[in-house]
Ligand binder design. Structure first.
Ligand code: SIN
Length: 491
């Protein structure tokens, strides 16, 4: 490990952040965070248990009334300061994410910009929380509709975007006037801890944001979900875990936001600009090493152009360099852990067993770390498992369609509906597809839809609610209606 890496790791807080203070877990327990490129230990972090989670809820609940009463401008300015601090410390955040998550530094830098933008976006949304005033149709009452914070919120974030998934939840909670408990993934807690330090420096009062890394997520979140002081759950992760959390959250009828799994189809029609389609395919497949719920999971290509597209995709995938993310030549880092890599390898083996051909990649390299090479599979039969399960790795399975109807039928044949990508130069077709595809998001001639100013989220088993855009803050607001009798109207 380089001196810069060591000194950065030495400066990151390792405790739980509760009530504005850094403290060890009540039990004194810690857990180890590893570098997925080498398997080496990076740091030991306090490991929250049930009692620590409840202490964080005490702090969030105590801070809630005062925080809800702050002015929107005050909350906005705190978020703006946090945006500026994260941006000024972008290199620290980027290196830390590369160390604990594995992605190349260039990708980590892009995530810092993406993650910081949620802070700036919601700084701008805080003063725009609006209500409504209307006259009832019979003219007797005035109808006043106002918004207020939902209350203490549990925010559960994944390991794949350690900063952006935290800012995408914490920033709208702050903007709306909600206090929160952030539970980052145990694989990547360091970025969330550094972020908590930044929030404190930006002026977030004690108890407003609490951070509780843990290796016992069920043991910590279970009691919180049963506690009537908690009013909201926002989760990003797998559909399987999301379903369990929704069931648990039903006990207190919590407001829930769920960003769950995806199985994004990437459709390329015969009229597409093929150079643009290949470029978009590489972004949609290999951003974050394929470890994104919006990653293209299946390539559906018009029969007449399939051979050409496939050859160009193989050429593009072969240009990627697998190396530790800190290596300046690295364009793809390791997968997060052995379990993830074994699942990717198993899906590839099962596709091959079902008749698919490996055109590039497909072999686990020797050496340390959880690397898996960019892989293209052709002639994947439409029923193959790899087309129905989320891959979460750099594997591009290709299958073909005869016409638009078949393309839509294949694309919609999934329990997921997060995002679809479509390449076509026919505007009418693009508009038709925007109506026939079952999806929360659609990329037309682009391999990247994620944007803090847009509502991110899915339909079907991909989730509930939206993050970002004008919709993002609504997830943290309740609606109160006040009926006021018009004193001028005689009853
Ligand atoms: C995710 O994979 O959960 C989020 C990806 C994104 O925000 O682009």
């Amino acid at each position: 490990m380089s001196e810069i890496e060591q000194s950065l790791l030495g400066s990151v807080p390792r405790g739980l952040f509760i009530g504005g203070e850094w403290r060890p877990a009540e039990s004194g327990a810690e857990f180890v965070v590893h570098d997925p490129a080498t398997g080496a230990e990076l740091a030991r972090v306090a490991d929250a248990a049930r009692v620590d989670g409840l202490a964080a809820l005490d702090a969030a609940s105590d801070a809630q009334p005062k925080w809800a009463a702050t002015s929107p401008r005050e909350r906005s300015e705190i978020l703006r300061r946090a945006f500026e601090i994260v941006t000024a410390r972008a290199e620290e955040f980027a290196l830390l994410m590369t160390l604990e998550m594995g992605k190349p530094l260039a990708e980590s830098r892009a995530e810092v910009a993406y993650g910081a933008e949620f802070l700036r976006w919601f700084a701008e949304e805080a003063p725009r929380i609006a209500g409504r005033y209307a006259t009832a149709p019979d003219g007797r009452n005035r109808l006043l509709v106002r918004k207020r914070p939902v209350g203490p919120s549990l925010l559960i974030t994944p390991w794949n975007f350690p900063l952006a998934m935290a800012t995408r939840k914490v920033a709208p909670a702050i903007a709306a006037g909600c206090t929160s408990l952030l539970k980052p993934a145990a694989l990547t807690p360091l970025t969330a801890l550094l972020f908590a330090q930044v929030l404190q420096e930006a002026g977030v009062p004690a108890g407003v944001v609490n951070v509780i890394p843990t290796t016992d997520p069920g043991g910590v979140t279970g009691p919180l979900l049963l506690d009537p002081r908690l009013r909201k759950l926002s989760f990003t992760g797998s559909t399987e875990v999301g379903q369990r959390l929704i069931a648990d959250a039903s006990a207190q009828v919590l407001r829930v936001s769920m960003e769950l799994g995806g199985n994004a189809p990437f459709l390329i029609f015969e009229d597409a600009d093929l150079d643009a389609a290949v470029e978009g395919a590489l972004v949609a497949k290999l951003r974050n090493g394929g470890e994104a719920c919006v990653a293209a999971n299946r390539f559906l290509v018009a029969e007449s152009i399939a051979a050409d597209f496939t050859a160009r995709l193989v050429e593009g995938m072969r240009r990627y360099v697998s190396a530790r993310g800190t290596d300046p030549t690295s364009t793809i880092g390791p997968l997060i852990d052995e379990k993830t890599r074994a699942k990717v390898a198993e899906l590839v083996a099962s596709a091959v067993g079902e008749g698919a051909k490996v055109l590039t990649g497909g072999e686990i390299p020797s050496g340390p770390g959880y690397f898996y090479p960019p892989t293209v599979l052709a002639e994947v039969p439409p029923h193959a498992r790899i087309l129905t399960e989320e891959i979460f790795g750099p594997v591009a399975p290709i299958t073909t369609f005869r016409d638009e109807d078949e393309a839509v039928r294949l694309a919609n044949a999934s329990e997921y509906g997060l995002v679809c990508f479509v390449y076509t130069t026919d505007l009418n077709r693009a508009l038709r597809l925007s109506e026939s595809l079952e999806t929360g998001m659609l990329g037309v001639n682009t391999g990247m839809v994620s944007n803090p100013a847009a509502p991110f989220g899915g339909v079907k088993q991909s989730g509930l609610g939206r993050e970002g855009g004008a919709e993002g803050i609504e997830e943290y607001l309740e609606t109160t209606y006040i009926g006021i009798a018009d004193p001028m109207v005689r009853l």
